[in-house]
Structures are given as C-alpha cells and as structure tokens.
Design a protein around this ligand. Structure first.
Ligand SMILES: C[S@@+](CC[C@H](N)C(=O)[O-])C[C@H]1O[C@@H](n2cnc3c(N)ncnc32)[C@H](O)[C@@H]1O
Length: 379
C-alpha cells in the first residue's frame, strides 16, 4: 500500500476571511470558563482514564481526522447528508472501516448523524471542506505527510539531543526542503493560508492600521494578510515579500481580491535584505521559525529597511509566563520537531529580541485568536 494512494486536491486559491469575531474580553472570559470546567472534569476523572483519553484524543482522533480530510469526505457532504456506504463507494474505501471512522469522528463532534444514520457536516467539518474560506483541510493533510509524521516520530531523540528531527532526517531546514520539494511546499503554503486566515482576521479587527501608508508583509506567503489589510484600508499600499517559488502563486490571488494594483510582489531572502520604503513591517508566524540569532538577523534587516517613524508588527503566539492553559505552549513542540531552535516565545523574550535588533517593544496586544500583535518602534 502506498501512503499517497491518490493525489489530494487541495484548495487552489487562498481566501481572505470576513468572519465576525467576538471581542477579546469575551473570548478571554469564555476560555477561562472552559479551562475551569476542564480542570473540574480532570479532578473528578480517575487519572488513568484521563491519560488514556489524552493519548486517544490526540493520537487516534487526529489520525482519523487526517484520513477523513485526505479522502475528501467533507466535500462529499457539501450537498447534504449521505450514508456511509455511498461515501465508501465514492472514495473507494472498505465500507465497514469507513463507517467506523465516521462513527468515531461523529462521537467527537467532527461529523453528525441524522436519525436514519446518514452522516452530515458540523461547523467543525465545514472547515475540512476544500473551498471553505479559512479551510483547515491542508493543515490537517499536512500532518499525514511523511516529512511531518516521521519528524514527530523522533520527538524522543529531539528531547534528548535538543535537535530538530526534521533537520536531522532531511539534512536541511524546512524552507530549503519546500524549495526542493514543490508538492510538499504547496501543501505547507495552503496550510499556512488556512491557519493565518484566523489570525489575519483577528489582527485586522484589533489593530488600527489607518495611519499606515505602505505595509510590507515580510515572509507573507501567498498574501492573505496583506490582501486582507489592503481590502480594509483602501488608501494603503502593500509589498508582499517572500521566496521566489512562494510568491509565484500570489499574483492571481491578489488579482482575485482586487488589490493587485496596490501591491508590489517582491522576492528575496529576509536574512540578507528586506524591501525598504515601508512605514509598517508586519511578520506573521515568521520569528517563531528561527532561533534567537537568526530571528535577530531578520529583525535587523527590518531595522535597516524601516522608516524612522515606522512600526514593526509581529503576529505571533505569546507564551504566558505562568504557564496557564494556552495552545501556543503545546504548539511550541511542533516548532521543536520541525524547526530546530525555532520556538514560541514569552513577551520578555520578544522584548530582548527587539532590543538586540534596534527596536523598542511598545505593546503586546491580545487578539480574539491564538495570536498577539507585538508592536515595536525603531530606536
Ligand atoms: C510559517 S510561514 C508564514 C507565512 C505567512 N506569513 C502566514 O502567516 O501565513 C513562513 C514564511 O516565511 C517564508 N520564508 C522562509 N525563509 C525565508 C527567507 N529566507 N526569506 C524570505 N521568506 C522566507 C516562507 O516561504 C513562508 O512563506
């Protein structure tokens, strides 16, 4: 059996995302309540059951979701509920095994069932559909790619050695690998587009960009963030900057979004030079890919490029100092496995990076997503 039994049709275009987001205070309150209830549940559940459930939830369920995503089940349910036999025929699966997969995923809320047994979408599986704006299908599929799960398979060695299994296995960093393996790179770029749709919408809702004349999106991928901002601020100009093989796919997206006229697309290496002339430099999910030395090198390039009165804006997760429940603390392990010394950081770690690169950290602004806006000014 081959792992890639049939090509996976992923989203061909990124999307900007206009979902209405609740205020940060409401999100914070709800999260505290959910965390409190989770703690109560854990207190009253026998510890071995909790452990069993944790392992089951994180391993079994995530694998099951990946299989459903690869098979494209959510796309097949687009027009309404279907029987599992019908779905099995459509995706050439073993009927009883597909039924068990869907039953398990229904049990955790990914799908739902009609009284007559037919399976249907839930708000969660809607995001497994290829064309849903902000689709997470590519992200989910990314977890079933050999380079991803082989790296995770070596977490133990990584914890012992401090090295990134990805870099040990493939002898290069993640982004060099994507450059040499375009199919893997495409899945990663689409995955990032899905992930960043949420944080982009949250950042655009929370931060006031009205005084920005030219925004430079450094390592902007296919351009979701810059397109969202240009649509929201019609007076703004944009520059999308990334590696040549990545931005090759950006033009048609910016055209579809009606912002191509106001956005320059430039390629290069952010360790060497970043386009100058911007009064805001925004880096979403960039700094966490790198160790302090390389992160500082990127920020120093921004420092050389930025206008004297400009703003540096990082959109990143920020680890709370008291280790209260926060997704970023767990997600940090993904950085350890894939990106070597890349890491999620605390606010004081960001402050030190800013200082080393000639910036002063001015604000750390929460958003109604996992991301924060970390604002700095040149000194
Ligand atoms: C984690 S992705 C984030 C993409 C985008 N900012 C987002 O949030 O969706 C990191 C991005 O950095 C880009 N990148 C990596 N190394 C780079 C380099 N040396 N110069 C410019 N861009 C680079 C990658 O191509 C990728 O698009």
């Amino acid at each position: 059996m081959t792992r890639q039994d049939r090509p996976i049709a992923l989203q061909s275009q990124p999307h900007t995302f206009n979902q209405k987001l609740p205020p940060v205070a409401v999100v914070k309150l709800l999260l505290s309540l959910i965390n409190f209830l989770a703690q109560v549940r854990q207190k009253v559940t026998p510890p071995p059951l909790t452990l069993h459930e944790m392992v089951g939830t994180y391993t079994f369920v995530s694998n099951a979701i990946r299989v459903a995503a690869r098979l494209g089940i959510a796309d097949l349910l687009k027009d309404g509920p279907k029987r599992s036999e019908e779905l099995a025929q459509a995706v050439q699966a073993h009927p009883q095994s597909l039924y068990r997969l869907l039953r398990a995923l229904t049990n955790v809320g990914v799908f739902a069932q009609e009284k007559d047994g037919r399976f249907k979408l839930t708000p969660i599986s809607k995001y497994l559909q290829t064309d849903t704006p902000g689709s997470m299908r590519s992200l989910v599929v990314m977890g079933s790619q050999e380079w991803h799960y082989e790296s995770w398979g070596h977490l133990l060695t990584s914890v012992k050695s401090g090295k990134a299994p990805f870099e040990v296995l493939y002898g290069m960093n993640l982004f060099q690998y994507f450059e040499q393996n375009p199919e893997a790179g495409e899945i990663f770029n689409c995955a990032m587009t899905g992930v960043s749709a949420q944080s982009t919408a949250a950042v655009a809702a929370i931060y006031d960009f009205s005084r920005v004349t030219t925004i430079v999106d450094v390592g902007g991928g296919l351009g979701t963030l810059v397109a969202t901002l240009l649509k929201q601020y019609p007076q703004m100009l944009g520059v999308l900057f990334d590696r040549p093989h990545v931005i090759a796919g950006a033009r048609s997206f910016l055209e579809t979004e009606g912002v191509a006229q106001r956005c320059e697309i430039l390629s290069g290496d952010f360790f060497e030079a970043i386009p100058s002339g911007g009064d805001a430099y925004i880096l979403q999910n960039i700094i966490h890919d790198w160790d302090d030395e390389r992160a500082t090198a990127i920020l120093k390039c921004c420092r050389r490029a930025i206008a004297a009165t400009g703003k540096l804006l990082l959109c990143e997760m920020v680890i709370p100092p008291d280790n209260r429940p926060y997704f970023g603390t767990v997600f940090d392990l993904e950085m350890q496995v894939l990106c070597g010394s890349g890491r999620e950081r605390t606010a004081s770690e960001f402050r030190a990076l800013f200082q080393a690169a000639g910036f002063k950290l001015t604000r750390v602004i929460p958003t109604p997503s996992f991301s924060y806006v970390i604002e700095g000014v040149p000194v």
